[in-house]
Design a protein around this ligand. Structure first.
Ligand SMILES: Nc1nc2c(ncn2[C@@H]2O[C@H](COP(=O)(O)OP(=O)(O)O)[C@@H](O)[C@H]2O)c(=O)[nH]1
Ligand SMILES: [Mg+2]
Length: 171
């Protein structure tokens, strides 16, 4: 049996639901109350691969507030993948995705897989599928819409992340 370990950063504007998504995935909990992430947090999630090998995913939850920009660069260093989040009910957070991608590329993560996540799909929508489709085509991104409230696509995001990391390691 082999154990793979990889690092993945979760970024995006403050309050889009990054911490909530990580808690839903790792602990299957959901909390309505917003508590800002200070600096950075991380969780380790261990998954069994179909062939019996283990994948240990180190998930870094990076504070979205602009004051943590410098700190984020340190934490993003050496990541094997990035998950960029925006909230489907907040157009401004979608507009800012481009800036988050620039952050990813600035720390020389050009080659790593980037997964785009539209959060809060259970709330009323401001961002259209057409906009998202066009953006993903332009930037070559994999996309999921999720809800940490209903659990929609939460597991899928991380399974896909692991899958893409495994693929990028092979090439
Ligand atoms: N309805 C709904 N609320 C959510 C969802 N995800 C997060 N939230 C709420 O949005 C707020 C911000 O979430 P949080 O995870 O702290 O955002 P972060 O700053 O990106 O880490 C919290 O009040 C959460 O309860 C979701 O999928 N659906
Ligand atoms: Mg947070």
């Amino acid at each position: 049996m082999k154990i793979y370990t990889s690092k993945c950063c979760v970024i995006g504007d403050a309050e889009v639901g990054k911490t909530t998504m990580l808690l839903k995935y790792s602990k299957n909990t959901f909390n309505e109350n917003y508590k800002p992430t200070l600096g950075a947090d991380f969780i380790i999630k261990e998954e069994k691969l179909p062939n019996g090998d283990e994948f240990h995913l180190y998930l870094w939850d990076l504070a979205g507030h602009p004051s943590f920009a410098i700190l984020r660069q340190y934490y993003m260093h050496g990541a094997n993948a990035a998950i960029v989040c925006f909230a489907l009910n907040n157009q401004a957070t979608f507009e800012n995705v481009e800036g988050w991608l620039k952050d990813v590329y600035r720390v020389r993560l050009e080659k790593v897989p980037v997964i785009l996540v539209g959060t809060k799909s259970d709330l009323s929508r401001e961002v259209s599928d057409d906009q998202i489709d066009a953006f993903c085509k332009e930037h070559g991104l994999v996309y999921f819409s999720t809800s940490s409230k209903t659990g929609e696509n939460i597991r899928e995001v991380f399974m896909k992340t692991i899958d893409l990391i495994m693929q990028s390691n092979k090439t």
